[in-house]
Design a protein around this ligand. Sequence first.
Ligand code: ZN
Length: 236
Amino acid sequence: MANNNRTLSLSSGIIYTIVHSNRRTVAIEVKPSGEVIVRAPAHMPYATARAFAESKAEWIEKALEKVETQRREREATMPPPFTGADGDVLLFLGKTLTAKRIAGASSPHIEGGFLILPAEIELPGIINWLREQAADEINARLLKYGELLGVTWKSVRLSDARTRWGMCSGKNSINLSWRLIFCIPEAIDYVVAHELCHIKHKNHKAEFYDELERVFPERRRVEHWLKEHSMLINYL
Ligand SMILES: [Zn+2]
């Protein structure tokens, strides 16, 4: 099918694209990327769609400002990169640990606010250790919420995905991101309970959330936290 999308600009200079499709009304969408799209019914003339966009110029500008603020907030909350160097700060269970290299330390471990690291360990080794910590935290919660929900799962895999914290397949195989170890403990509770809940309900309808809230009453607060900290899926 030919692409008839047309890219234009408002008199204020903002670039937007008119996309015709099989819809009944005209609407404007401002994407998180800052892209502005005017979605028009198939037979609406470009001039009409343009006039509509122009009449909504102020709204578009506000929406773009909001997108920009959100982008800045996201960037502001991404912790500084952790390389494993002495003095580097690592996020761990929602708190910060300062790396301390100690010659002769047998393996990574936590002492107060410090992550004690053997002098010779490199980042991949530290990540392996983090994966082990994540597995321990996750396993404890699988047992807890599995029992509360009365469900059993087929398999559990620690995932390296950078797109989602967890998923439950149609056959009840569960994947959970090892990067949950950066999150507050309640977020690990939430994600584990959420995926286990999918063993009973394969959707996000009211029954699903009723069941989830029964075993995890704080779900809204933690959903909000996860949304605000979604960039942690890309941390390390
Ligand atoms: Zn879900």
